[in-house]
Design a protein. Structure first.
Length: 303
């Protein structure tokens, strides 16, 4: 508990870093306190294990036991369900915010998603940098087109499958929170279910001149979005404030369930000052659904 600005979120960020191997907020150089040259995080588990994260201003090192590695070993990564106040605005937020939300969720469920996303983003960055060149030919970006086609198709298929998995229980879980007969599901707006690598490549090639003029890639899964449908209409604008919060709560409960089913570990629940954003009914629902999980929360008020 503490006032806003006292560093409560930084504590959760440190826990996330030591358990997942990366921050949920920013890159390492942006995490450093102003004027600081390094940061160090130490996390002790009750079984005696210890994870240390050190960033010296240039590179990050993980120390697990007596071993030093550049990345947190997979066996030492632990699932986390993070709940931030901004998540409650997910339905009305930007497409990029929704992509970020689901990419983090899906990447924890399946590491292949994170790998494909990382490779796609690197290829996208390289292609976009080339598009700013003065004398650029279409063949100059061909190799990046091929990579974007490969990883873009992989991402689309994984996003489609995982969205379907969430939708399978979304209405049912929502109704346990809202106690009504409303229906809700997520419509994944991607590059098209009939997409394949050759079609993806053709789209990139046909958009080359436009991309060159604009200086960035206009086609691809980096444009995907997720639309929430509430009783057969778009939830943004039709669902009430309370209904929107119930939908987001349902998402969190489903995420925790899938994490446990896929990874065999009950995720740690990090709640960053969200109790003040929920009414008493939803607060109780939150605690009830996560009663078997380790919960770490921050709040400006006493809970």
């Amino acid at each position: 508990m503490g006032e806003n600005g006292c560093g409560k979120t930084s504590v959760l960020e440190a826990i996330y870093e030591a358990m997942r191997g990366k921050s949920f907020k920013a890159v390492d150089s942006e995490i450093l306190r102003r004027g600081a040259e390094f940061y160090r995080v130490e996390l002790d588990y009750i079984n005696g294990e210890k994870v240390v994260v050190v960033f010296d201003g240039k590179k990050k090192t993980f120390i697990v036991g007596d071993k030093k590695t550049a990345r947190l070993p997979k066996k030492n990564r632990y699932p986390i369900v993070l709940f931030e106040p901004s998540d409650l605005n997910l339905i009305s937020s930007s497409p990029s915010r929704r992509r970020e939300y689901f990419d983090r969720m899906f990447g924890q469920i399946d590491e292949k998603h994170s790998v494909s996303l990382s490779k796609y983003n690197k290829a996208l960055k390289q292609r976009n940098e080339l598009l700013k060149s003065e004398f650029l030919k279409s063949e100059d970006v061909f190799s990046w087109n091929v990579m974007l086609s490969k990883y873009g198709c992989e991402l689309f298929k994984m996003r489609l499958e995982m969205t379907a998995q969430v939708n399978k229980d979304l209405t049912k879980v929502y109704r346990t929170i809202a106690d009504n007969d409303d229906e809700v599901f997520i419509e994944y707006l991607g590059v098209g279910e009939d997409i394949n690598e050759s079609k993806y490549l053709k789209e990139l090639e046909s958009s080359f001149e436009r991309d060159r003029i604009l200086g960035h890639t206009t086609y691809g899964v980096q444009k995907d979005d997720y639309k929430f449908i509430f009783n057969k209409v778009t939830a943004d604008g039709s669902a009430s404030r309370g209904e929107v919060r119930s939908i987001v709560l349902a998402l969190k409960f489903i995420e925790a369930t899938i994490d446990y089913e896929k990874l065999g570990k009950k995720p740690v629940i990090l709640l960053d000052d969200v109790f003040s954003e929920l009414d008493e009914k939803r607060q109780k629902c939150l605690v009830k659904n996560f009663k078997d999980n380790q919960i770490i929360l921050t709040s400006v008020d006493e809970i």
